[in-house]
Design a protein around this ligand. Structure first.
Ligand code: ZN
Length: 320
């Protein structure tokens, strides 16, 4: 049987992940190319088009095998024309991604925000398991989010829907956030936030901690080291994780109170902590969630890892 493929592209600041994906969501072939940010990122669409052609050649396939391309990009998307208003990491300003990539590939292109695409991926093939009302939060260097309501991504009026990371978590005296505000969830519940809180905690007490030795030796810490220290029953690390899950629990509970989701999927590097994160998070979440919203929802760690983006973008092509 001749089955056509979908192309999923996940555009990051350092690498571009590309995959040929079946219409059932199985990855046929995936690869990566470096993100060329030279000359304000203007070569990116050509690089993607060339790489798709080269890979088709390698697999002895013709372009007619492809249905279209779904691409997830960092930053808010302008949904009227598939352009990206600003993507600082890529050097883009008012960049007409959809038009340029369609011109280079002669294929239809769908553009989506990367965190939203990851949410769709988890809904289709991951921990979301087909839930039509789903929240997806990515705890990485920053905190990204995607909200799916009744099977549709919540984009909002100008593409800022799902910016869960910028929910205000500390009303007064919070740490500065990249968005220009202070006290955003991202300043606490990201890998960066965990490290910041741990260092702050180390300098404000003299409680013995395995983290103190690491910090004194290297003058820095990683979120992974903090998470590992929790499993060694380290007091400072446990206090940090308690703080992180408390703020995350309030934010997710308040979102759940408004959206009544079936699933909340937690992804990103920090989610590798598994139950060290999930157990205290469930406790705080339950404390702040409206009883009926709590009854309906399940919290789960994301299952697709780095593939969530390409799979979600492929789904968006299939659906378009
Ligand atoms: Zn912010």
């Amino acid at each position: 049987m001749y089955e056509k493929w979908l192309v999923g592209v996940d555009l990051g600041g350092t690498t571009i992940k590309i995959a040929f994906i079946s219409q059932h969501g199985e990855i046929i072939y995936k690869w990566e190319i470096p993100t060329n940010t030279k000359e304000k990122g203007q070569h990116i669409p050509t690089d993607i088009a060339k790489s798709i052609d080269q890979t088709l050649n390698k697999l002895n396939q013709n372009k007619s095998k492809l249905i279209g391309i779904g691409i997830g990009a960092p930053g808010p998307v302008n949904f009227r024309n598939g352009s990206i208003d600003v993507a600082v990491n890529l050097g883009w300003k008012n960049f007409h991604l959809k038009d340029l990539l369609e011109m280079e590939t002669s294929l239809p292109v769908v553009v989506e925000n990367d965190a939203n695409a990851a949410a769709i991926g988890e809904m289709w093939k991951g921990a979301g398991e087909g839930a039509k009302d789903l929240l997806c939060i990515t705890l990485g260097t920053g905190v990204g989010g995607g909200i799916i309501s009744n099977g549709e991504i919540v984009h909002g009026i100008n593409g800022a829907g799902g910016e869960i990371g910028h929910i205000t978590s500390v009303a007064e005296g919070g740490a500065p956030c990249n968005c220009g505000k202070k006290g955003c969830l991202e300043t606490i519940a990201s890998a960066t936030g965990i490290v910041r809180l741990a260092i702050q905690e180390l300098s404000s007490t003299s409680i013995p901690s395995v983290l103190r030795e690491v910090y004194n030796e290297h003058q820095t810490l990683s979120s992974k080291q903090v998470i590992e220290a929790v499993s060694q029953d380290d007091e400072i690390a446990k206090k940090v994780m308690e703080n992180v899950t408390f703020h995350l629990g309030i934010a997710l509970a308040n979102l759940a109170n408004g959206l009544n989701p079936e699933k909340i999927v937690i992804g990103g590097g920090v989610s590798k902590a598994g139950n060290i994160l999930l157990d205290p998070l469930k406790k705080h979440f339950a404390h702040f969630a409206f009883p009926r919203a709590l009854q309906g929802v399940e919290l789960a760690i994301a299952s697709l890892g780095n593939d969530a983006g390409v799979i979600g973008n492929a789904w968006l092509v299939k659906k378009s």
